[in-house]
Design a protein around this ligand. Structure first.
Ligand SMILES: Cc1ncc(COP(=O)(O)O)c(C=O)c1O
Length: 405
C-alpha cells in the first residue's frame, strides 16, 4: 500500500500542528478540526427524524476544547466517569446526561445523583442497590434505564447477531429481578432501557433494523412488565470507513427511521466515533531510520503510547509523510527512497508498530508522519504512561488553546 499524498492533510491543519510542535518542543500532536465534527452532527440532524435526540459519547474524544464546540449542537452527553461528567457540566450546565459503563464508583454515582436531568444506564443489580442507597441518602429519586444485554438480536432483515459484548449490561437472568427491584423502590424512577450492541457498523440497513429491534423490544417488555416507557437509548456504533471502506449511508438510516411512527417516548442515539474520528490527525516527528537488507523502519518520536488504535483494532490507518526542509546537523541526513517501510514508535515492544510495509517515495529523519482518522479513541485510548515518555499535545485548529491536560 502506498502512503497517502501529503495533500490529504489540509495545509492550515498541518501548519497549526507544525507550529504547536515547535512552540511546545513537542514531538507529537493530536490536532482536531472542529468544523469536521460539526459537519458530522449537522449531517445526522438532517438525515435522522426529529424525534431522535443526539448525545455525544464523550469517551471517543474528551478534549475539553472540542467538547465545548460540540456541546451546543447536541442534546446531551453520554459519560463514563467523573472526569467526563465534570467536562460535560463545565461546557453546559443544562445538557442532558446519560451515564453508562460497568463498575460505576460510589463517587461517580454521588455526582450523577446531584444532577436533576441525569439518567443512569444501569449495568448490574448491585449497581441498582448502590443507586438506591445514594438516592435515599439524598432524599430524591434517581432516573434509571436498564442496560439490556440479550444473548442475540433477531433483526427484521432476516438476520440475527450474537451479542459479543455480553459482559456489559444486565444479563437476561437478572433483568426481571432488576425491573421488579427498580419498580418497587420509591427512590428509583425506571424510565426505560439502554442498548449498545453494535460497534463500527458500516451497514445502514442493519443499523436501522437494530434500532427498530431496540424500540420494539422496549415497547413489548415495558407493556408486559407494566413500565411507563419514557426513554430508549440505542447507543452508538455507527462506523467510519477510515479512508479504506465505503462510508456509512446515513441517509439510508434516516429514511428507514423516518418511515416509522413517531414514538411516544424519548429516543436517544449516542454516537462517538462517527462524530469525531475524521476531525483528528496524529502527527509525529521522524527521529530515526533503521535500514537493513529486506526492510526499513521509520522510528517516530511518538508511538502507540499516544496513538494505540493501529495495534488495537483491525483497522489499517494509512499515513502521510510531511516533508520538512532544512537540516542543520553535521552528519548526513538519513533518508530512505522508493522503498517499503514499517513505521514504528519508540516503545520497547514490537507491538509499537503503526503501519507495516508501506511504499514511500522519500522519508527523512526530521520529516513528520501524520495519521488521519485519529479524532476518536486516539489520545483517550492510549497507554500514555508506559515508559514515561512525554504525552502527545492536543489542540484545536481554530483556537489558540493548546494543552496536554
Ligand atoms: C455505552 C456506549 N455508548 C456509546 C458508545 C460510542 O460508541 P461509538 O463510538 O462506536 O459510536 C460506546 C462506546 O464504547 C459505549 O460504550
Amino acid at each position: 500500500m502506498p502512503l497517502l499524498d501529503p495533500a490529504a492533510m489540509a495545509p492550515d491543519l498541518r501548519a497549526k500542528a507544525e507550529k504547536i510542535q515547535s512552540w511546545q518542543h513537542s514531538a507529537a500532536t493530536f490536532i482536531y478540526d472542529p468544523s469536521v465534527a460539526l459537519a458530522r452532527i449537522q449531517l445526522m440532524r438532517t438525515a435522522l427524524p426529529p424525534w431522535i435526540r443526539i448525545h455525544y459519547a464523550m469517551k471517543a474524544n474528551s478534549f475539553p476544547s472540542l467538547v465545548e464546540v460540540i456541546s451546543p449542537k447536541v442534546d446531551g452527553f453520554d459519560v463514563a466517569s467523573e472526569s467526563e461528567l465534570e467536562t460535560a457540566r463545565r461546557v453546559s450546565a443544562t445538557a442532558s446526561i446519560s451515564a453508562s459503563g460497568p463498575g460505576k464508583s460510589d463517587a461517580f454515582i454521588e455526582c450523577l445523583s446531584r444532577i436533576s436531568n441525569s439518567i443512569v444506564n444501569v449495568d448490574s443489580v448491585t449497581e441498582l442497590h448502590r443507586l438506591r442507597k445514594v438516592a435515599e441518602n439524598h432524599g430524591r429519586q434517581q432516573k434509571v434505564a436498564l442496560r439490556v444485554s440479550p444473548p442475540y438480536v433477531q433483526l427484521d432483515i432476516g438476520d440475527e447477531f450474537e451479542n459479543d459484548g455480553q459482559r456489559f449490561g444486565l444479563f437476561s437472568d437478572d433483568l426481571h429481578h432488576a425491573i421488579t427491584y427498580a419498580r418497587a423502590s420509591s427512590f428509583l424512577e425506571l424510565v426505560g432501557f439502554h442498548f449498545h450492541l453494535l460497534s463500527n457498523n458500516l451497514d445502514a440497513a442493519r443499523h436501522a433494523s437494530y434500532i427498530r429491534w431496540c424500540l420494539s423490544w422496549s415497547r413489548s417488555t415495558a407493556q408486559r412488565a407494566g413500565i411507563d416507557l419514557r426513554y430508549v437509548n440505542v447507543g452508538g456504533g455507527i462506523g467510519v470507513g477510515f479512508g479504506i471502506e465505503s462510508e456509512f449511508d446515513l441517509e439510508r438510516l434516516g429514511n428507514e427511521l423516518k418511515g416509522l411512527e413517531t414514538p411516544d417516548f424519548e429516543v436517544v442515539i449516542e454516537p462517538g466515533r462517527y462524530l469525531t474520528a475524521d476531525c483528528g490527525w496524529y502527527i509525529s516527528d521522524v527521529v530515526d531510520l533503521k535500514v537493513r537488507e529486506h526492510e526499513s523502519f521509520v522510528v517516530l518520536a511518538g508511538g502507540i503510547h499516544h496513538f494505540q488504535l493501529p495495534t488495537s483494532w483491525d483497522i489499517v490507518h494509512n499515513a502521510v509523510v510531511l516533508p520538512r526542509e532544512g537540516w542543520s546537523e553535521t552528519y548526513p541526513r538519513p533518508t530512505v527512497e522508493n522503498q517499503l517501510v514499517t513505521i514504528i514508535g519508540k516503545l520497547c515492544t514490537t507491538e509499537d508498530t503503526l503501519l507495516r510495509d508501506v511504499a514511500v517515495t522519500r522519508v527523512r529523519v526530521g520529516d513528520a508522519i501524520a495519521f488521519p482518522y485519529a479524532g476518536a479513541y486516539g489520545w483517550e485510548f492510549a497507554m500514555q504512561n508506559f515508559l514515561g515518555h512525554p504525552h502527545a499535545k492536543r489542540a484545536l485548529l481554530r483556537s489558540n488553546d493548546i494543552g496536554d491536560d
